[in-house]
Ligand binder design. Structure first.
Ligand code: ZN
Length: 402
């Protein structure tokens, strides 16, 4: 028991030192001791082990305040890589990411309505490509997927558009690639990505990220931490019914938020317009067609897009009332509709939320464009740094094998 506690406090101190190094471009041992309130000896011992692990490097001398100039330490940001995977778009997108969140290589595969086993097969294909990208060693895989996810064991409970139900995605990938894998909901991943790598978010602050694309979801950060709710479904606002007797949703209900506010809803409504007489099927109307009509001021398309914005603004008003989180960010394909679309969302939120709460709420576009899900999923994987320390034995194993 006592041994376990000692081990835990050792890990806790190591993580504290590592976090301090992550938070600074360069830093001396003395400054780490001052910030973490650990003794200089403890800090020196931990730094020695981090140097041995090649996670940290000595990169020169700092300014002297009297005595000897202190040696500056920095994170060896290219000493390990993570693979991030975003399954939320019309194409699967993967990237190799370094420890500072820099994207080193990317690839994507169009999904073209494949689901079930076929969609899973695409996941293996895209990951296989990333594994041989030349950035080594890769120490873990972070996946952001649409749908309800039990992230403690990486189980996809239900992802309607991918046709997955109770799919043990993390376990499958772990067994296949022999690496730690983290699977989380795509909107929750986007929220982490924006919080950690977007600009202007204070430490331990609150943030709501709305992911507006084919589906609609939200990710909620409270006190700097991802809030997942009791069942992992916090932010799953897309399948709340907002229109009694509305149109059929892919989840089986009628009148969900997704049937009125999402890109899918817009595509479906645009498909029924006389303006597109050649397209008999709604599937032929895509984002590109709609966007072109929208910027060319096609009145009917504009009406459909702005109606969708109105519904989204209303849903955000409900979130504002429930959580009173003042900073809201919108990411996803639909942000292409730009400031006119955003303005309708803002106006509706202001009119429908309690005015004193609405007054202190800002809604803006995210800063990361298409990388927030990838970055967020890998950031969650890194959360206690343990994946960074699994490499030594893996490397040893690799070298012994040759
Ligand atoms: Zn639904």
């Amino acid at each position: 028991m006592e041994k376990a506690t000692r081990q835990q406090s050792k890990e806790h101190n190591r993580n504290l030192v590592l976090k301090t190094i992550f938070d600074h471009e360069t830093i001396s041992r003395a400054e780490i001791a001052r910030i973490t309130r650990l003794t200089r000896t403890t800090v020196s011992d931990i730094v020695a082990s981090l140097l041995y692990e090649e996670l940290v490097t000595e990169i020169g001398y700092g300014e002297s305040h009297g005595g000897k100039s202190p040696i500056l330490l920095g994170l060896a940001e290219d000493s390990r890589y993570l693979v991030g995977l975003d399954l939320s778009r019309s194409e699967f997108r993967a990237a190799v990411i370094n420890l500072r969140g820099k994207i080193c290589a990317t690839t994507s595969i169009p999904v073209s309505n494949r689901s079930g086993a076929e969609a899973l097969d695409l996941v293996y294909q895209i990951l296989d490509k990333m594994m041989i990208s030349g950035f080594q060693p890769i120490v873990g895989i972070g996946v952001g997927t649409p749908g309800l996810v039990k992230s403690s064991d990486g189980m996809v409970i239900k992802a309607v558009n991918l046709g997955w139900e109770n799919l043990p995605l993390a376990e499958l990938l772990q067994n296949h690639y022999r690496l730690p894998v983290c699977v989380i909901n795509d909107s929750q991943a986007a929220a982490m990505g924006e919080y950690l790598y977007g600009e202007g978010h204070m430490a331990e602050s609150n943030l709501i990220v709305i992911n507006a694309r084919h589906g609609i979801g939200a990710g909620i950060i409270i006190n700097g931490k991802l809030f997942q709710g009791d069942g992992g479904g916090a932010g799953e606002i897309g399948h709340t019914v907002v229109q009694e007797g509305g149109s059929l949703c892919r989840c089986g209900s009628y009148g969900c938020l997704e049937t009125v506010a999402s890109l899918q809803a817009i595509e479906k409504k645009a498909g029924m317009l006389a303006a597109f007489p050649d397209s008999n099927r709604a599937s032929e109307i895509d984002m590109e067609t709609i966007y072109t009509a929208f910027i060319e001021d096609n009145i009917q398309i504009k009406q459909i897009v702005l109606d969708a914005a109105h519904h989204l603004g209303n849903a955000i008003a409900v979130l504002v009332g429930a959580l009173n989180i003042g900073q809201i960010i919108i990411v996803g394909d639909m942000t292409r509709f730009g400031h006119l679309w955003l303005q309708v969302i803002k106006n509706t939120m202001s009119q429908h939320a309690l005015s004193t709460l609405a007054k202190d709420t800002t809604i803006e576009f995210g800063k990361l464009t298409k990388d927030s899900v990838l970055l967020g999923a890998t950031a969650v994987l890194l959360h206690d740094y343990s994946v960074l320390f699994m490499i030594r034995s893996a490397l040893k194993h690799h070298y012994l094998g040759h």
